[in-house]
Design a protein around this ligand. Structure first.
Ligand SMILES: CC(C)(COP(=O)(O)OP(=O)(O)OC[C@H]1O[C@@H](n2cnc3c(N)ncnc32)[C@H](O)[C@@H]1OP(=O)(O)O)[C@@H](O)C(=O)NCCC(=O)NCCS
Length: 270
């Protein structure tokens, strides 16, 4: 059994990695396992699952309704190896032995790529960053709350491991994905360029205190325009996804849903 030395924190505390982090993550899987829809099981994935995870990802990406929703070139490092080894943790959900969903949490160490830098977090905070690196659900299993459960699990694990900064990047057009994350307190706070020239929303939640939206600053931006609206992030951030105004979804009446990002600033403490 390999033992990875814990990361040292300023002030003498340490962060768990490697097998110790896996033990914490496995414990937190119990809640997820107890609440899964019938026929599904969950377990931590291992390096021996590498091909299974890689094949599943290629299959899901090949079926995306919009190729911009997920581009592997926007990922950091060697995704599969990093998230099945000591650099991260991945929960896999299975039906009859077949992988049908996963959620991966990246635990960057000193010297690793760290999205906290894109947020200008102080250097001393970077060891407290966890990346909600990626989640995918088989099209046949969607709409059953698997993504939401995998987000919950990753937040619980990051918290248990002392990583207060939850960070991820998402395509602005992938509003289903980023709106699920906003529902768990991870808000788009910036636009960043990743993997060359891809523009992505940078989402962040600091577990030590959740910001409150100032409704007086509310502004709606059509999700298809969001990647060009760098100005929004000079004034505030995105708080969630709404349907509103003309062109709103009229199910059964042939109308396509129009989705908007609810933007605005944080309410200042009095
Ligand atoms: C984005 C993606 C991960 C969503 O997965 P999913 O499992 O269908 O998501 P969920 O079932 O948790 O949520 C979907 C809907 O089901 C609803 N739902 C149904 N049952 C639910 C339950 N038991 N608990 C919570 N939500 C439930 C949710 O409210 C949600 O509604 P909304 O989209 O209007 O907010 C999936 O579409 C996917 O794999 N896409 C391709 C890859 C990708 O884009 N990955 C994310 C990149 S970061």
């Amino acid at each position: 059994m390999s033992v990875t030395p814990p990361l040292s924190l300023p002030g003498g505390a340490s962060l768990l990695r490697g097998d110790a982090a896996r033990a914490v993550a496995a414990l937190r899987l119990r809640a997820l396992a107890a609440d899964l829809p019938d026929g599904l099981t969950v377990r931590l994935m291992e390096l021996a699952d590498s091909s299974r995870l890689a094949d599943f990802r290629v299959r899901v990406v090949s079926m995306l309704e919009d190729p911009d929703h997920y581009r592997m070139v926007g990922e950091i490092g060697d995704f599969v190896a990093d998230h099945l080894g000591c650099g991260g943790l991945t929960a896999g959900i299975f039906r009859k032995g077949a992988l049908v969903a996963y959620g991966a949490l990246g635990l960057p160490a000193d010297g690793d790529a760290n999205r906290g830098r894109d947020l200008d977090l102080p250097e001393a905070e970077l060891c407290r960053v966890a990346h909600l690196s990626s989640a995918m659900v088989d099209p046949g299993e969607r709409g059953r709350g698997l993504h939401h459960r995998l987000i919950d699990w990753r937040i619980a694990v990051a918290e248990a491991l002392g990583r207060r900064h939850l960070v991820t990047t998402v395509s602005a057009r992938n509003h289903r994905s980023w709106s699920h994350l906003t529902a768990h307190g991870l808000y788009p706070k910036r636009l960043v360029r990743v993997g060359g020239d891809l523009v992505r929303l940078l989402l962040h939640r600091d577990l030590t205190g959740d910001p409150v939206f100032d409704p007086a600053s509310a502004e709606l931006v059509a999700v298809e325009d969001l990647a060009d609206r760098w100005d929004i992030f000079e004034r505030g951030q995105v708080w969630g996804r709404v349907t509103a105004g003309e062109g709103m979804a009229v199910d059964g009446a042939g109308g396509a849903a129009r989705w908007y990002a609810l933007c605005g600033r944080q309410r200042q403490a009095r």
